[in-house]
Design a protein around this ligand. Structure first.
Ligand code: MN
Length: 130
């Protein structure tokens, strides 16, 4: 199913790669290069999914996640943190700040779409489930 996905990522190469992979599956990808721009876009877009880099200039990913989680129009929107492989503590912090899960960097083109699909199908996406 085609989804609208907001990508908040300051690294151009990652933006190109993720956008290419998602568009190849028919998704619509809108990208922002920092948290402030991402939050602004999220207000009007109401994306199905937000991919959020944690290491961003200015506002970091945790702050961005907390802000997004507080927005009324994003109650049904999954937020997935994109964290560095080495930074294990970041994952817990990402979940605490309101992300539904995380994906590790570097992005692996072979497995990326499967990882994303898992979040689409996870039970918490179904209204009324525990
Ligand atoms: Mn970054």
């Amino acid at each position: 199913m085609s989804q609208t996905i907001l990508l908040i990522e300051d690294n151009m190469q990652n933006r190109y790669l993720v956008t290419f992979l998602l568009e190849s599956q028919g998704h619509k990808v809108i990208s922002a290069t920092d948290g402030v721009e991402g939050i602004e876009l999220a207000k009007t877009l109401t994306p199905d999914l937000i991919l959020l880099d944690i290491q961003l200039p200015g506002m970091n990913g945790y702050e961005v996640a907390r802000t997004l989680r507080g927005m009324d129009n994003l109650k049904e929107t999954k937020i997935i943190a994109v964290t560095s492989y080495a930074m294990v503590g970041d994952r817990d912090k990402a979940l605490e700040s309101g992300c539904n899960g995380y994906i590790e960097k570097p992005i692996n083109p072979e497995t990326f779409l499967d990882e994303i699909a898992l979040f689409h199908r996870s039970p918490s996406n179904v209204k009324g489930s525990p």
